[in-house]
Design a protein around this ligand. Structure first.
Ligand SMILES: [Cu+2]
Length: 135
């Protein structure tokens, strides 16, 4: 009898933990604001291979870009022509604009670098982190 009560308690605790994880787990819908010079929020988690909806707003005074770099690539000292080939997906918005974009999440789980490709913004610290989680 004691043993089965213990098991029930364990199952209850596990389900609570799993529910808590689910609330902050990977999402297929991202909402990101861009200003000088940051993404808000700047840390995202999405499920691998799924269709992702991105609600993007540019609340700044200049053009900003939301660029996902390919897996295993990182921008060097500055974002230049040599980085263009390493772009997985990108969206660009004029100041004061909002739009909804969709893209397919990478199939490779891991961490991906997010940068703004507008000249000088990467150096100014406009970066983020995308975590792709295996499904
Ligand atoms: Cu920017």
């Amino acid at each position: 009898m004691k043993k089965s009560l213990f098991l029930v308690a364990v199952v209850l605790i596990l389900s609570l933990v799993l529910t808590a994880c689910g609330a902050s787990g990977p999402s297929t819908n991202l909402k990101v604001d861009m200003v000088e010079f940051m993404f808000e929020p700047s840390d995202y988690s999405i499920p691998a291979g799924q269709e992702i909806t991105l609600d993007l707003s540019n609340n700044g005074a200049v053009v900003h870009e939301f660029v996902i770099m390919k897996f295993g690539t990182n921008v060097g000292e500055n974002f230049g022509d040599e980085d263009e080939a390493n772009i997985y997906w990108e969206a660009e918005l004029d100041p004061g604009r909002s739009d909804t974009f969709t893209f397919t999440a990478p199939s490779e789980p891991g961490e991906y670098q997010i940068v703004c490709g507008t000249e000088g913004h990467y150096q100014a610290g406009m970066v983020g982190k995308l975590t792709v989680v295996a499904q």
